[in-house]
Design a protein around this ligand. Structure first.
Ligand code: DO4
Ligand code: MG
Length: 278
């Protein structure tokens, strides 16, 4: 069993291994601030464990997620139907890492939504020949009121600046594992505003089944990540707010931490387009 990270340091961006609580980068060994978050001292910066060309998500793969969607939506049947159907719900979350942030960096919540949640999920790293190359922790940050208003608003509920993070490491096990996920959200004073846990043992579908469906007639590049759905939904009176801090812990992988800001703060202004020349 091994864990891998990606780091920006004095030698540029490098792949590293986590060994005996240290991050090994070529000849250098760096001791993280914390053995679970793997956040590193200056001049090193922890990045997502890979620069995924695409990030995909599966939805409604746990009973808890199905029940939450039925509850929030004006169109309830679609969620029960997809939970029961052989074909899973799959959607694209990001491409070229435009909306995905590194562990420790701020995730975004939409300014035009009043009901935003973290979705702690196991991320499968897709290798060559449809192989599962490893596992990471993902956060499929979502807007429940936008999706609840109409399922066709799914892309707006799921895809925006800072709506995704994954890391801190990729875990490569010898056998397909069961993962236990713990979510903790704290406010700006460090008070716990939500805590919960879930296990992949309650998933309705297997990781390999989801990968097989995703790759059907679809040239997803190796190194892409598939987030496999959430089994953990906070109660309906919970929403993420700027100033919150999200921690998702999985014993074999580590702890993915991200503060929360408004998505509008993460939008970088594109340079002004030049007028087309006649
Ligand atoms: O359409 C709903 C998506 C639900 C989801 O992202 C999940 O179950 O994780
Ligand atoms: Mg999700």
């Amino acid at each position: 069993m091994a864990r891998f990270v990606r780091v920006r340091g004095p030698n540029g961006v490098e792949q590293g291994a986590v060994q005996d609580g240290r991050v090994v980068l070529g000849d250098a060994q760096v001791t993280p601030h914390d053995p679970e978050t793997l956040q590193l001292p200056d001049p090193y910066e922890l990045l997502t464990p890979l620069a995924a060309p695409e990030v995909w998500c599966a939805g409604v793969t746990y009973e808890r997620s199905r029940d939450a969607r039925v509850e929030e939506s004006t169109v309830k049947d679609v969620y029960t139907m997809v939970y029961d159907a052989p074909r899973p719900e799959l959607f694209m979350k990001d491409a070229a890492m435009r909306r995905t942030v590194s562990p420790g960096r701020p995730i975004g919540i939409r300014d035009d939504s009043r009901w935003n949640v973290p979705e702690p999920e196991i991320g499968v790293v897709i290798g060559t020949n449809a192989r599962i190359a490893g596992y990471t922790i993902g956060n499929d940050v979502s807007s429940r009121d936008i999706e609840g208003a109409n399922p066709l608003y799914l892309p707006q509920a799921k895809i925006y600046a800072g709506a995704c993070s994954f890391g801190p490491a990729v875990f490569v096990p010898e056998e397909a594992p069961t993962f236990h996920l713990t979510l903790r959200v704290t406010d700006e004073w460090g008070r716990i505003v939500f805590e919960g846990e879930s296990s992949t043992s309650t998933m309705r579908r297997s990781f390999s089944e989801l990968v097989e469906w995703l790759l059907n007639y679809n040239p997803v590049p190796p190194g892409s990540v598939l987030l496999t759905g959430t089994g953990l939904v906070p109660p309906d009176d919970f929403t993420l707010l700027p100033g919150h801090f999200v921690e998702i812990h999985v014993p074999q992988i580590g702890t993915l931490v991200n503060p929360v800001v408004r998505a509008s703060e993460l939008i970088q202004k594109e340079p002004q387009q030049k007028e087309p020349q006649p």
